[in-house]
Design a protein around this ligand. Structure first.
Ligand SMILES: [Zn+2]
Length: 484
């Protein structure tokens, strides 16, 4: 077996549970129980990544130099990230101050615009700028005071400016306390490179190929610039928004963003909004090119759910979004969708208006309206009973059940292969219930409930396929809010 092959072999240690790392699940003889979190075991590689994460939080510069490749010894268990780089013949580090001139050739990269200004090349140093999504929420003094009782165990040993534990991000969600996990990536990234630089004639024959090195490099750079530069800007901007609320502070945490994909966690309500803003900004960035879009999966997890499992769940949600196909006038529009609360909808239906507007034609617009309607009057809402949400949820449920049955019988497509609207008694029942509610709620949002009923009917009840999603979303936003 090659040296490299051995690197990827599992290193077993006789199946001792103490030696199994709670983070990555692998066994390592150096695994130890951490002082702060009782019962949590971490292996040396994971601890080294954790350290790196801490250092990165304040890092201004990254340096890199070539060294002799370190010899791999198959009997030695894996070490930290420095050992991994050494095996590939590199040495690297991050610093807060400009690294002092050295005698060996190296590259120093500034991690933000300000840091760039203090950087100058010398005879051994090449300099540059590296975009790096480095969004890390930190604990504030207020957090320590506000959550002292509620999160006693989780905050034990933590100080101001330490990285916020997931449980705190969860507690700082609006409504139900859950951690939101987002995975998102560019649709058909590979195809963009393989087919994007080819011109075809009407019969599909290649007329011209223009994939020059400079064009491919420019496209590749543009995509990274968005996912490594702009995504960070958006997330920081959103953290600034919640920072104005002393009970929240920073609510988004970047686990990874680079190339053409991203992985974030945070307060669940903010994670959904981040996905929406990222997708909304991608279109103008790509100058409105219809072939450039992205799909996303958002899942809500709670408690001590392991991150690698949450990553897998969000990945499955993202895969579901990638399988989505919207048909407009017989033409297929694949992907460009979001899977949220277990349902996939196209981004255009989800609503990409910037800033978010209240409207009845999109999921997020309708959710915004339902939220205002059902919020108590003392919080600026109309005080419509939550029964409104239940009517909408139940209506979609009935529709979905019938649609599933019809699909199983293979009767869901018409001759053009388009999915047909499913008619059923639930349509008029929901119309009737909304009208009745509007009459009873005359003083409190009656006119708006009436308008909702009419709009639903006016569009042949098409919205029945997603009104329940909007209602469920609002229902989750309203949970627990009284305990604040
Ligand atoms: Zn580990």
């Amino acid at each position: 077996m090659t040296q490299l092959g051995k690197v990827f072999l599992p290193q077993e240690d006789g199946g001792s549970r103490d030696k199994q790392c709670s983070v990555c699940g692998r066994e390592h003889p150096g695994t130890e129980e951490t002082d702060r979190e009782g019962g949590v075991h971490k292996c040396p590689p994971c601890l080294s990544y954790e350290e790196l994460g801490k250092d990165l939080r304040k890092a201004q510069y990254m340096w890199l130099r070539v060294r002799d490749m370190a010899k791999l010894d198959e009997n030695t268990p894996p070490g930290g990230w420095q050992d991994v780089l050494a095996a590939f013949g590199f040495e690297a580090g991050v610093t807060e101050k400009v690294p002092r001139p050295g005698v060996q050739p190296r590259v120093v990269l500034a991690l933000d615009d300000q840091a760039t200004q203090h950087l100058a090349p010398d005879r051994n140093t090449a300099v540059g700028r590296r975009f790096l999504v480095n969004v890390t929420p930190l604990i504030t003094q207020l957090d320590l005071e506000n959550y002292r009782d509620q999160l006693r165990e989780d905050l034990k040993g933590l100080e101001k400016d330490d990285v916020k534990p997931f449980s705190l991000l969860e507690a700082q969600s609006r409504g139900i306390h859950r951690l939101g996990v987002l995975r998102m990536d560019l649709d058909d990234g590979g195809k963009l490179f393989s087919d994007g630089f080819v011109e075809y004639d009407d019969k599909g024959a290649v007329v011209r190929r223009f994939a020059t090195l400079s064009r491919v490099a420019a496209l590749s750079f543009a995509i990274s610039l968005f996912f490594e530069g702009w995504v960070e800007f958006l997330a920081q901007e959103m953290n600034q928004e919640t920072r104005k609320d002393p009970h929240r502070g920073d609510t988004l945490y970047s686990i990874y963003s680079g190339g053409d994909d991203l992985f974030f966690v945070g307060a669940w309500d903010r994670v959904v909004e981040l996905a929406r803003r990222v997708r909304a900004d991608l279109t103008p960035f790509a100058a409105g090119h219809p072939g450039i879009h992205a799909s996303a999966g958002v899942v809500l997890v709670g408690g001590k759910y392991p991150l690698y499992q949450a990553a897998r769940d969000a990945g499955e949600a993202e895969d579901a979004a990638k399988r989505y196909e919207r048909r407009v006038n017989g033409a297929k529009h694949p992907k460009d969708a979001l899977n949220f609360l277990g349902q996939t909808v196209s981004w255009s239906l989800f609503g990409l208006a910037q800033p978010l507007v209240e409207e009845m034609a999109t999921v997020s617009g309708l959710a915004q309206r339902l939220e205002r309607l059902t919020r108590p009057p003392e919080e600026g809402g109309q005080g419509v009973p939550a029964a409104l949400l239940r009517i909408l949820m139940r209506t979609q449920e009935q529709h979905d059940e019938a649609a599933k049955k019809r699909r199983m019988c293979g009767r869901d497509l018409n001759r053009q292969g388009e999915e047909q609207t499913l008619w059923g008694p639930w349509m008029w029942r929901s119309y009737y219930m909304l009208k009745r509610m509007a009459r009873r709620q005359k003083e409190r949002g009656g006119a708006e409930i009436e308008a909702l009923a009419e709009q639903l009917k006016g569009e042949n009840f098409r919205a029945i396929e997603w009104i329940g999603l909007a209602a469920r979303w609002v229902e989750l936003l309203s949970r627990n809010s009284a305990s604040r």
